[in-house]
Design a protein around this ligand. Structure first.
Ligand SMILES: Cc1cc2nc3c(=O)[nH]c(=O)nc-3n(C[C@H](O)[C@H](O)[C@H](O)COP(=O)(O)OP(=O)(O)OC[C@H]3O[C@@H](n4cnc5c(N)ncnc54)[C@H](O)[C@@H]3O)c2cc1C
Length: 448
C-alpha cells in the first residue's frame, strides 16, 4: 500500500473551518498533514520583536494545533526560507500533492511559482485555491473582459455575480461554507508536536487575542456609527481577515443579511485585491503613473512630527497616537492622516504607506496601497486632487465633542500641545500648485 500523503500549507488562512484549500485536501482521500512556515525573509525585516502580528499568528497556530491534536493529528511548524524548506520536504517526504490557498502579492506569487517547480520536478502536484477574497482577479470584469478600475460599477457587477450564484435555497454559492470537520478522519495520525516557540525566532509574546465574535447590533447600525471614531462602530475584523482567522465568506454573509453598507466594505476589499492582481505596479508605483512627477518636499522633521502625533492638528495627532499605541486606527481618521501627510506636508504617500505597513495589525498590501493612493489622488477612485480635507473641519464633523481627541491626546488644550506645523490654507495652496505643476509637466512630456 502507498504511504503517500497530501500536505495542506497554511499561510493567510489560519483557521480549520470554512477553508477552501484545506477542504479540498481533506476530500482528496490520502492522509493530510498540515504545515505552517514562519518565513525568515519576512520576519527578519520586522524590527520590533514584540510584534503583535507575529504573536497573533502564533496564537492562531496554537489553537489550530490543539484542535488537530484532539483528532490524533498534529501541525508541523517550521521557521526558515520556505523555498529551501520545500526543497527538503519534496526530497524527503512521500508527498503526493500540496494544497494551499492563493496569494496575490508579488512575493507570494514568486515563492509559490518556485515551490510548484520544485514539487513538479519530483512528480508532486501543487494545487491552489481562491479563499482570501469572494471574487478574484478576473471574476468581476467589464463586458470586454477587462478589469474594472472604478469602484461603483465594479460593486454593481460584484453584487450581480453574487446574486447569479444563488442556489435553489436562495443562498449565494460564492459564499458557501467549505466543510472541513466532516473530513477530519482523513488527517494524518501523528505524535503531537508543540508549535515552535516565539522566542526561538527572536520574538516575544505581547498580547492575548480573543476569537472574533461578530456583534450583530453593531453591524445593523454600521451605517450610522461607522464614521465616528469615538464610537465602537466598526467591527475590527481587519486583522482576523488579514490572517484568515475568519473566513471572508462568513463576514460577507453578515453584510448580506444585516447591512448593505457593511457588505460594501467587503466589496472594497475585493476591489483593491483585484486591482493589485491586475495592476501589480501599484505595489510600488501610483496607479496613475502621471502622479509620479510630483515634486515631494519629503521634509524629515515634518514626517517625524506626523509619526509621533505632534502636528498640532488634533484629529491627525489623535489618530497617529491610536495607531502607535494599539496598531489600529479608525477608517475616517486613516483618511484624514493620510491626506494630511500627502497634501498638507507634501510627503510621498509611499512613506506613509510604509509606516502604516509597519504599525497596522490589519495591514493588507492591497487595501493599504489602495487607501493611500486614494488619499494621494493617484489611485483608482482617487478623490480629485484639488479636494483637500480640512483636518479641523473633519474633527468638528466627526468628533464634535472631542471625545476621540481627548482619549488619545491627553495634552490637548495644554501648554505643551504643539502649534500647527503648517497653516491649512497655505498648505492647501502649496499642494494644489505642486499637483498642477506635475500634471502640466506630464501633459507637456506626452505632447512631446
Ligand atoms: C490610508 C488607508 C490605509 C488603509 N490600510 C488598510 C490596510 O492595511 N488593511 C485593511 O484591511 N484596510 C485598510 N484600510 C481600510 C480601512 O481603513 C480598514 O479596513 C478599516 O478601518 C478596518 O477596521 P474594521 O476592521 O473595524 O473595519 P470595518 O469598518 O468593520 O469593515 C469590515 C472590513 O471591511 C474591509 N474594509 C473596510 N473598509 C475598507 C476599505 N476602505 N478598503 C478595503 N477594505 C475595507 C476590511 O477588511 C474591514 O476589516 C485603509 C484605509 C486607508 C484610508
Amino acid at each position: 500500500m502507498s504511504n503517500k500523503i497530501n500536505i495542506f500549507w497554511f499561510r493567510r488562512d489560519l483557521r480549520l473551518h470554512d477553508n477552501v484549500g484545506l477542504s479540498a485536501a481533506l476530500q482528496a482521500g490520502l492522509p493530510v498533514q498540515a504545515v505552517f512556515i514562519f518565513d525568515k525573509n519576512i520576519l527578519d525585516k520586522l524590527t520590533n520583536k514584540a510584534d503583535k502580528r507575529v504573536d497573533f499568528i502564533h496564537q492562531q497556530l496554537e489553537k489550530i494545533n490543539q484542535e488537530l491534536q484532539q483528532q490524533g493529528a498534529t501541525l508541523i511548524v517550521k521557521y526558515g526560507n520556505p523555498v529551501e524548506i520545500w526543497r527538503d520536504w519534496a526530497e524527503n517526504l512521500p508527498i503526493n500533492a500540496v494544497y494551499t490557498n492563493r496569494d496575490y502579492e508579488s512575493y507570494g506569487i514568486n515563492r509559490d511559482a518556485q515551490v510548484a517547480q520544485i514539487l513538479a520536478a519530483k512528480g508532486q502536484h501543487f494545487y491552489h485555491y481562491k479563499d482570501q477574497v469572494v471574487f478574484e482577479k478576473r471574476e468581476v470584469c467589464k463586458a470586454d473582459g477587462s478589469p474594472y478600475v472604478v469602484f461603483t460599477p465594479y460593486s454593481k457587477m460584484w453584487l450581480n455575480k453574487l446574486a447569479a450564484s444563488k442556489n435553489e435555497n436562495g443562498e449565494p454559492a460564492a459564499l458557501k461554507n467549505h466543510e472541513t470537520r466532516a473530513y477530519f478522519h482523513n488527517l494524518r495520525r501523528a505524535t503531537p508536536r508543540p508549535v515552535l516557540g516565539l522566542e526561538e525566532m527572536g520574538f516575544e509574546k505581547c498580547a492575548n487575542f480573543p476569537d472574533f465574535i461578530p456583534n450583530i447590533n453593531q453591524i445593523q447600525e454600521y451605517e450610522e456609527q461607522r464614521n465616528f471614531p469615538a464610537v465602537e462602530g466598526t467591527t475590527r475584523a481587519g486583522m482576523y481577515l488579514r490572517f484568515g482567522a475568519v473566513s471572508v465568506r462568513e463576514i460577507a454573509k453578515l453584510g448580506l443579511f444585516h447591512n448593505e453598507t457593511f457588505l460594501n466594505e467587503i466589496i472594497w476589499r475585493d476591489f483593491y485585491a483585484q486591482i493589485l492582481a491586475n495592476f501589480p505596479h501599484v505595489e510600488t508605483q501610483p496607479f496613475r503613473l502621471e502622479y509620479e512627477k510630483i515634486a515631494w518636499l519629503n521634509n524629515t522633521n515634518d514626517f517625524e512630527a506626523w509619526k509621533a502625533g505632534k502636528t498640532g492638528y488634533p484629529l491627525v495627532d489623535a489618530g497617529m497616537r491610536q495607531l502607535n499605541q494599539t496598531g489600529f486606527m479608525h477608517n475616517r481618521v486613516r483618511m484624514v492622516v493620510a491626506s494630511f501627510l500627502v497634501k498638507h506636508l507634501l510627503i510621498d504617500w509611499r512613506w506613509g504607506e510604509a509606516y502604516f505597513a509597519e504599525k497596522l495589525l490589519d495591514f493588507e498590501l492591497a487595501s493599504n496601497s489602495g487607501g493611500w493612493q486614494w488619499a494621494a489622488g493617484c489611485g483608482t477612485d482617487a478623490a480629485p486632487y484639488f479636494r483637500v480635507f480640512n483636518p479641523t473641519a473633519q474633527q468638528e464633523k466627526f468628533d464634535p465633542k472631542l471625545k476621540y481627541v481627548r482619549q488619545w491626546l491627553p495634552e490637548y488644550g495644554k501648554a505643551n500641545y504643539p502649534k500647527p506645523i503648517v497653516v491649512h490654507e497655505v498648505a492647501r495652496v502649496r499642494c494644489l500648485a505642486a499637483y498642477k505643476l506635475a500634471l502640466d509637466k506630464d501633459k507637456a512630456d506626452v505632447a512631446g
